[in-house]
Design a protein around this ligand. Structure first.
Ligand code: NDP
Length: 434
């Protein structure tokens, strides 16, 4: 704790996992003897670097770049890059730590890592984004590779940024080594269904959770925070499964549309025009726009899907979500709920689909993209989507079984931590002290 005291998000992520692992440690003293817990909370490698770039006015700007290679026991490090002004080492470490267990849960051979920069993409021109990405990759390239570390997107890093990053990597390496990044465009090795995967996977997982508890997604009313990649495709799949999404948000405010959100409008505003969500009400005057956080809004819904950022739901907002009628929470974002709020939900009998399990569809499909790159072959949308669905079902099953086995009943938060941990811990045991 003392070593990481200035990184509250990292401590929060570690505390949640360690709490779930108490019964596992009791049953397996060999993990303690081999120092697994002490080792698993310390990244294998942390890289911090200068990212200088020139803005459109010819002025030199400097940002800080990060890549944390947290745990490579079961495969090459894998995890996204986040570009957001709030990024510092503690954010990247919490994300990298969570990624270890998430990647393990997918059943695919990928280790945990994460990276990014405190660069703020908002209001930047396309040329500035390109120059920043090129500078970022000019340092990062020496630390990554298809069998070493395979970054992807996250907040502020989508298809456009991955394109610029890959272009620079290819230029420096002088080779078409496209297995080095995932989330690529379809013309140069991207996978069909990768863009949709995190949001779709979230809904497949929530559907499994509801079914296991004699509910169904059909006819449910849903509120979503965020309007980025995860939020948009969560909204799309929820609608396809017969639910109605009535709210979405950005960091300024949220829209409420009692008729159900028109996703075509959202996709155009966010994916093409890169505008703010309040523009929605200009085209849909029956909808409302409110400043502030969507989880403080007073309106009815059955399911809350936080898909924006960490600590979006604190205790007070959790209470409001229950007052609004929610029976389930599905975490599309990473660590969107504080530990206090998660415990409150669980105490009140709210079903919680934890991020590590529920949003693992994105990284799982990234691993499928890596497989296709290795084979130099592409699967159809339907093939990838059906693999994704199967993976989400299996993750739900592993988490539910682990929770039961270790005395937590049906608690997917604990179950996901335990199931994700065991595979990595066993691989670390087998590989000796490292
Ligand atoms: P995007 O950049 O596409 O979208 C992020 C959304 O969250 C935007 O609507 C943004 O609003 C909002 N947001 C970001 N930061 C804040 C903040 N500090 N306060 C309020 N709102 C905020 O990112 P993604 O959709 O890719 O990622 C969303 C979440 O899902 C993250 O937690 C990410 O780690 C997680 N995730 C993403 C995966 C993926 O495949 N993309 C995979 C697994 C998890 P604004 O435009 O106003 O900033």
């Amino acid at each position: 704790k003392a070593r990481n005291s200035n990184e509250p998000e990292f401590l929060q992520a570690v505390e949640e996992v360690l709490h779930s692992l108490e019964p596992v440690i009791e049953k397996h003293p060999e993990y303690v003897e081999a120092g697994i817990l002490d080792r698993i909370v310390e990244p294998e490698r942390q890289i911090i670097f200068r990212v200088p770039w020139v803005d459109d006015n010819g002025k030199v700007q400097v940002n800080r770049g990060f890549r944390v290679q947290f745990n490579g026991a079961i495969g090459p490090y894998k995890g996204g890059l986040r570009f957001h002004p709030s990024v510092y080492l503690g954010i990247i470490k919490f994300l990298g730590f969570e990624q270890i267990f998430k990647n393990s849960l997918t059943g695919l051979p990928i280790g945990g890592g994460k990276g990014g920069s405190d660069f703020d993409p908002k209001g930047k021109s396309d040329a500035e984004i390109m120059r920043f990405c090129q500078s970022f990759m000019t340092e990062l390239y020496r630390h990554i590779g298809p069998d070493v570390d395979v970054p992807a997107g996250d907040i502020g890093v989508g298809a456009r940024e991955i394109g610029y990053l890959y272009g620079q990597y290819r230029r420096i390496r002088g080779a078409f080594e496209n297995g080095v990044l995932t989330g690529k465009g379809l013309t140069y090795g991207g996978s069909l269904a990768r863009k949709e995967a995190t949001g779709y996977g979230l809904l497949y997982f929530v559907d499994e959770m509801l079914k296991a508890n004699n509910h169904s997604i059909e006819g449910k009313v849903i509120a979503i925070s965020g309007s980025g990649n995860v939020a948009i495709y969560a909204c799309e799949k929820a609608t396809l499964l017969g639910a109605k999404v009535v709210a979405m948000s950005d960091s300024n405010g949220y829209i409420y549309d009692a008729n159900g959100i028109n996703l075509d409008t959202i996709k155009r505003l966010k994916e093409v025009e890169r505008k703010r969500i309040k523009e929605y009400v200009k085209e849909h005057p029956n909808a409302e726009y409110h400043e502030g956080n969507v989880w403080e809004g007073k309106f009815k819904y059955d399911i809350a899907l936080p898909c924006s950022t960490q600590n979006d739901i604190n205790l007070e907002r959790a209470k409001n979500i229950i007052e609004n009628g929610a029976i389930a929470v599905g975490e599309g974002a990473n660590m969107p709920t504080t530990n206090e709020a998660i415990n409150y939900f669980l105490e009140k009998g709210i079903l919680v689909a934890p991020a590590k399990a529920a949003n693992a569809g994105g990284v799982a499909t990234s691993a499928l993209e890596m497989s296709q790159n290795s084979m130099r072959y592409s699967w159809t949308f339907e093939e990838v989507d059906s693999k994704l669905k199967e993976i989400m079902k299996n993750i739900h099953k592993s988490a539910a079984e682990a929770s039961k086995e270790y005395g937590f009943g049906y608690n997917l938060v604990a179950g996901a931590n335990i199931a994700g941990f065991k595979k990595v811990a066993d691989a670390m045991l087998a590989q000796g002290i490292y």
